[in-house]
Design a protein around this ligand. Structure first.
Ligand code: C5P
Length: 240
């Protein structure tokens, strides 16, 4: 498990999700935000539309990239895919928290700077789904088992919903990188997200990085929306 430790704001904790289906749309936001944002999430939608060249274009402009690909395949394929992902210059990459997948990802990452984040149980899955998948345990027991296995394998960090951040931080230890999507400022539109926490709560509960999507990307003034989240975090840190 690697730096940074939590909670702190020594690094830029805000990762903006580029949930777009073209480089042109993504670039419109990146150019609008300019120096206000330093870290972007590229997920399956944008990656399928633009490929690794777009990731390289972001890293080439000095931006950090969280490649949210949630890899889950046979070991050899994962190893080779992670090796390719590392060559894009991305900082973070997600894989599912399944033993064989995580071990292969560690091999593929080798001694590159790419940090691996494990996704324990998708937040869209409930107790019933987990039972149907054949697990004889609750969602939180499965999350705990997977965090512990990720730790044993040496995965760098975890993706957690803000509501499970505190529990996952306790299980994963202080060194794990904890990234939480699903955050919303008080009063901001939730969209299809049901279980959200504020950015300040997520950081207080142990998150190192927050993935910010529509609250900034669909705002009429993205720069102002991002500035207001930063101000909110600053106030929370000063009050702590
Ligand atoms: O809802 P919002 O637009 O803020 O979502 C931002 C990003 O966080 C999206 O890319 C979404 O896929 C991701 N997300 C996630 N897990 C959740 C909620 C959101 O990975 N539980």
């Amino acid at each position: 498990m690697k730096t940074p430790t939590s909670p702190n704001l020594l690094h830029d904790p805000l990762i903006i999700a580029l949930d777009f289906d073209s480089a042109a749309e993504a670039d419109t936001l990146v150019n609008t935000l300019g120096d206000a944002a330093s870290f972007y999430k590229v997920g399956m939608e944008l990656f399928a539309a633009t490929g690794p060249d777009y990731v390289r274009s972001l890293t080439g402009r000095g931006k950090r990239v969280f490649l949210d690909m949630k890899y889950y395949d046979i070991g050899e394929t994962v190893k080779r895919a992670v090796r390719s992902a590392a060559r894009t210059g991305a900082s973070f990459l997600t894989v599912h928290a399944v033993g064989q997948v995580m071990r292969a990802a560690m091999e593929g990452r080798g001694d590159s700077d790419l940090r691996l984040l494990a996704v324990t149980v998708l937040t869209s899955l409930d107790e019933n789904d987990v039972r149907q998948m054949g697990h004889q345990c609750t969602v939180s027991e499965l999350v705990a088992m997977r965090v512990s296995q990720a730790r044993e394998i040496g995965i760098d960090g975890l993706v957690a919903s803000p509501l499970e951040a505190r529990a996952i931080r306790a299980l994963a230890g202080p060194e794990a990188i904890l990234v939480t999507p699903g955050v919303r400022s008080q009063g901001a539109a939730k969209g299809d997200q049901k279980r959200v926490a504020t950015p300040a709560d997520a950081i207080r509960d142990g998150a190192d990085y927050l993935v910010i999507g529509r609250q900034v990307t669909r705002a009429t003034d993205p720069v102002a929306a991002l500035a207001s989240i930063r101000a909110e975090l600053q106030t929370a840190v000063q009050a702590a």
